[in-house]
Design a protein around this ligand. Sequence first.
Ligand code: SF4
Ligand code: SF4
Length: 389
Amino acid sequence: MSVAVRLPDPKVRLTLAQLAQMQKGAARHLTFNLTLACPLRCAHCIVDAGPDKGSTTMPIEVARRYAGQMADLAAYGIRAISFTGGEPLLARDQLQVMSDAAGAAGLTSGVVTAAHWAYDETSAAKIVGRYPGIQIWDISTDIYHTPFVAKENVSRAYEAARRLGRTATIRFTYHDPPTEEDERMLSWVGTFADPEDVCSQRVRKVGRGLDLGLGDSEKYHPWNKPCITQGLVVRYDGSVAPCCVNLVEERRHPFDVGDPRLRLLSDVHRDYMSLPLLQMIRVVGFLDVVRWVQDADLEAELRRPLPDDVCDLCPQLLTNDRVAAYLVNRAGAPENRLRIAVLASRLLDEHALLRRTIEELGAHAGEIEGFADAAALLQSLDDPGNGNP
Ligand code: SF4
Ligand code: SF4
């Protein structure tokens, strides 16, 4: 029997409360990309992973160092950890030490895997059972995975995770609009997975996906749509990404928060949550950002026409040195920074930027419009340690 699985409606409108809820989850979530090694070489892979990338794997001593900070992360306010790659199950020892520590610290952990390891029921159960700290098993599949891994591995991994009492999700990637092959594949997913367990996203023009010759999506994505990053990504090599979407493997973004191998992860995360430009796109989207680019006559720096999907637009803006520097400076100008901080505090219940802004700009309070009100807002927050990172 097959159960109909629906692709997401991109026109869905979120209320402010729903957006705040979604963004709050991201603010308490940290992703570790353990490796770019992967037994598959999917044509749409946004991180260009493959079997020849073993040298990228996070050294075990670095994984141990991160594992040693899980209790601190929990005390700081992080609630969930994700492990991605490449194929994180190729970095088994790193995954073990970090997920065990996360579990011991009371954090919820999830892993994203293509299930090459689920070649029979016994192996599938053994692998899932080996990681008691991992509650959520996100199993990826789509038409680009199937040339490399049997479809049955996917259903086996899903069943094994469920049998062992874990949450199992099928992550399905489709074209926009979906092709007949996508539809067939999705029907097959419906033969074993609960529709509630299927999470879909469209193929992205990033990494190897760039070579697929896909057009820009121009249908549903206004620039006022906010950035819905799932939070900070700590990569295998000590670099960081602001999201696991189009900037996941990009080095030329302006959100530098230092080397997490040399700092406390909680400090790195606090800096990430205090980036004015990032907070601005998370709260109000890209409309003002695009206006700023127009004000500064920087449009000529960009490819035209600008894509309307914000995750396609974002790398165009942020990987251009001149444009990114201008935007960072303008968002960081005292009055803009203060406004963004107040919006993030009021709308998303995230106060890191407000605290830091009041602290750092206090000497110039009299010169910044709205400073006194913002300071009063900060004071009115019940408990400065209220768990908001
Ligand atoms: S999409 Fe996933 S499974 Fe495919 S090559 Fe990339 S990391 Fe591996
Ligand atoms: S808008 Fe930019 S930072 Fe946000 S999720 Fe998309 S690509 Fe990442």
